[in-house]
Design a protein around this ligand. Structure first.
Ligand SMILES: Nc1nc2c([nH]c(=O)n2[C@H]2C[C@H](O)[C@@H](COP(=O)(O)OP(=O)(O)OP(=O)(O)O)O2)c(=O)[nH]1
Ligand SMILES: [Mg+2]
Length: 318
């Protein structure tokens, strides 16, 4: 029997974002290498004993002539190519010195975030594109009987906290009341350049042209295929490996994973803690927001263990 062991390749790559966070730098792979002609996030294979960030610093100097000043982990993606197993260790570079140019003759281009999806990338890159486009914080709205009070609280979070990703969660409302609240939330979110996801049946998007749908874990597990178009965002609540795998198989764009800590809203559920969380995130293959007792102070740690950031009601709803 001829068992071929695939090569394992650890690659560090950079999502270099402009100071206004509106653009990201990509490069085109030369036509004579693997995935030639496709676009990529600059970077390359780690040398023996190099850490991801060390390797990335070396690669960005070699490929673009820049020095990294400030970088933060963005996402880790495992992908099976036909000839190798690859780990893409992607960092978001917030600050650098020098003027980037293609030192190896490759094309290099600043691209507006929303145009990224129209460039051809290698197959492993889809989760990275999603991660680059998403912020670090995901606001889940609180239960609020009064529409005026609700709008005031949402606007405060958009304005004061700079929230740019919102899930409208309102279990207590009838469908019509939910739709009315969603229309109003959408207008507010548009004013601040934030994305709005509706927590409910996917068909809600036919009534409100929001940016996407957030599935409860129960809805997630009952679906056979992705219920909405690719151009809309699909997120889901997950709590374990099986749900993460289901989310991946449906083509969810990102998920929340909870509960990280014990919370007043779910006192009976055992918290998973950072160790188990990190292990689940490593193989998730999509951006994951830590949920359950999280505040913005936890965002850096969440990033450090591989997450996109944190999701919260309480930290933003005051
Ligand atoms: N840099 C980078 N590599 C990617 C991306 N997506 C993706 O699948 N890859 C794959 C392609 C390659 O198989 C591998 C990266 O290798 P590389 O060719 O950049 O390596 P390197 O810069 O060290 O170049 P070399 O000296 O080995 O020629 O990862 C991406 O976005 N950026
Ligand atoms: Mg390279």
């Amino acid at each position: 029997m001829n068992v071929k062991v695939k090569r394992r390749v650890h690659v560090a790559a950079a999502a270099i974002v402009s100071a206004d966070k509106q653009q990201v730098l990509i490069a085109r792979r030369p036509s004579n290498v693997d995935h030639g002609g496709l676009w990529e996030f600059p970077g390359g294979k780690l040398a023996p004993y190099e850490t991801g960030l060390e390797g990335l610093k070396r690669e960005l100097h070699e490929e673009l002539g820049i020095e990294i000043r400030r970088a933060q982990p963005l996402i880790r993606v495992h992908h099976e190519y036909s000839d190798k197993h690859i780990l893409l260790d992607v960092w978001q570079v917030h600050e650098f010195a020098g003027e980037p140019f293609g030192r190896e003759g490759q094309a290099v281009r600043w691209v507006p975030m929303e145009e990224l999806v129209s460039y051809p990338f290698p197959a492993a890159n889809l989760p990275i594109l999603r991660a680059v486009m998403l912020p670090t914080e995901y606001l889940i709205t609180g239960e609020e009987a009064d529409d005026e009070r609700f709008a005031g609280l949402l606007e405060r979070a958009l304005k004061e906290d700079g929230v740019r990703l919102v899930q409208l969660r309102a279990k207590g409302l009838s469908t019509d009341a939910y739709v009315a609240r969603a229309e109003r939330s959408l207008a507010l979110c548009r004013d601040y350049g934030a994305k709005l996801l509706l927590n409910g049946e996917p068909e809600l998007l036919e009534r409100v042209d929001a940016d996407g749908i957030h599935l409860t874990s129960e809805r997630l597990m009952n679906l056979e295929r992705r219920p909405i178009a690719e151009g809309k965002w699909l997120s889901a609540s997950t709590h374990n490996q099986a749900q993460l795998e289901k989310a991946a198989s449906l083509g969810c764009d990102f998920v929340t994973l909870s509960p990280l800590r014990t919370t007043p809203s779910h006192p009976e559920v055992a918290p998973m803690g950072w160790h188990d969380f990190q292990q689940l995130v490593e193989r998730a293959g999509m951006p994951v927001f830590a949920l359950g007792g999280m505040t913005r102070f936890d965002a850096n740690h969440a990033r450090a263990v591989g997450a996109q950031g944190i999701a919260s009601i309480r930290d933003f709803w005051k």
